[in-house]
Write a protein that binds this ligand. Structure first.
Ligand code: CP3
Length: 344
């Protein structure tokens, strides 16, 4: 049986759009919270293949989407490079920030493979249990977004430290970006060898990059990753998610070589279709809060998106991740609604 997501990524227009949801595994699911409260930390979950594969499969059993996404996090890269990382309850990720050429020396690519190997094991476990027509999405953070966490020490509001470093000492800052690119390439190649069907690159903070540095900090590192991975694995399909970049999305598509653009909820489906179809597959873009609210208002918004974007290659998704307060019943209602579009 063929995987609908892969057909869509090959540029095919389908009777109903395939779908999955960003953060489909996570705190809004009681079965996730159950496992989570027994684990000592979130990172612990990521590095235990039995548990991480079970969490990956939880939303598949409930909602039967067309893809699973590996349960892990973009911040396993700094962790594997040796940066101290902790996910604090109610706070989020906390890292010992790296802000200078000297502090860069504490990072090492040597331990990466070993540290990340349990995650590749998770992929193998998931593949054994995943229905044949469901794709497995592997992922990584884009270098700029990963670097924001490494330099700011956590989620940032105004990105002062990273912007200062990138301007004041571009040479050493580029070294940081290169370390992230190198480790991410190896990690993605490992994910594909373990069985990932597609790779999504999350550039959640792309919108924080000033226009005059967009090429250097968003486009070039993404190009490097895609080109290098495709040198080894030529058929690799990439979904890019440069969140919040607005009209620069067409330029990003053309320059980076992604197959599919994951668009956030601020981009109108009409404009996205005009700029990107039929050459590129579009993924998105229901507002996660529409999903939280549910009911007809959610279904009307979803219907509008499908009417516009399913005229070309399209994967239904959200504009960003499911928020923890979302009732799982709303996700079920939405999944049934999308599936029903393929009937009759
Ligand atoms: O279901 C899935 O989408 C797969 C798993 C996944 C997680 N994080 C699990 C997670 C994926 C793809 C990510 C990506 C990720 N992680 C991004 C890019 C996408 C985005 O959301 O913008 C970013 C920026 C991160 C970094 C990160 N991880 C933050 C800022 C936080 C804390 C805030 C939050 O949302 O909780 C995390 C923690 C995290 N990653 C959780 C999960 C399920 C919650 C951890 C918990 O159980 O306490």
């Amino acid at each position: 049986m063929s995987k609908l997501i892969l057909l869509s990524l090959e540029g095919k227009k389908l009777p109903r759009p395939p779908f999955w949801f960003m953060r489909q595994a996570g705190r809004y699911l009681p079965e996730y919270r159950d496992i989570r409260k027994r684990a000592s930390s979130f990172l612990d979950l990521c590095y235990q293949p039995e548990i991480a594969s079970e969490i990956t499969l939880q939303p598949i059993r409930r909602f039967h989407p067309d893809a699973a996404i590996l349960f892990s996090d973009i911040l396993v890269i700094p962790d594997a490079l040796g940066q101290k990382l902790e996910f604090k309850e109610g706070v989020g990720p906390c890292l010992d920030p790296i802000r200078t050429a000297i502090e860069l020396k504490s990072l090492s690519l040597k331990s990466c493979d070993k540290k990340l190997s349990p995650i590749l094991e998770t992929i193998k476990y998931v593949k054994e249990k995943l229905p044949e027509d469901v794709a497995l999405i592997g992922f990584a953070g884009s270098p700029w977004t990963v670097a924001t966490y490494m330099v700011e020490g956590g989620t940032s509001r105004n990105f002062i430290s990273i912007k200062k470093w990138a301007r004041n000492d571009p040479n050493s800052f580029n070294k940081l970006m290169d370390i992230i690119v190198d480790s991410t390439c190896d990690y993605i190649i490992g994910q594909i060898e373990a069985g990932a069907d597609v790779i999504q690159l999350f550039d959640t903070w792309a919108s924080a990059v000033p226009a005059d540095q967009f090429q250097k900090l968003v486009i070039e590192p993404t190009q490097k990753i895609i080109n290098r991975v495709r040198k080894i694995k030529p058929k690799t399909k990439f979904i890019g998610f440069p969140k919040g970049i607005g009209s620069a999305i067409s330029y990003y598509a053309k320059e980076t070589g992604v197959n599919c653009l994951s668009i956030d909820s601020s981009i109108s489906p009409e404009i996205a279709a005009k700029c990107l179809h039929p050459k590129y597959t579009i993924q998105g873009n229901l507002d996660p809060i529409a999903l939280l609210v549910g009911g007809n208002s959610m279904l009307n918004s979803a219907d509008n998106i499908i009417k516009t974007l399913n005229n070309g290659p399209f994967i239904f998704n959200l504009g960003h991740g499911i928020v923890p307060e979302t009732p799982p019943e709303n996700v079920e209602l939405l999944a049934d609604f999308i599936r029903s579009r393929g009937k009759g």
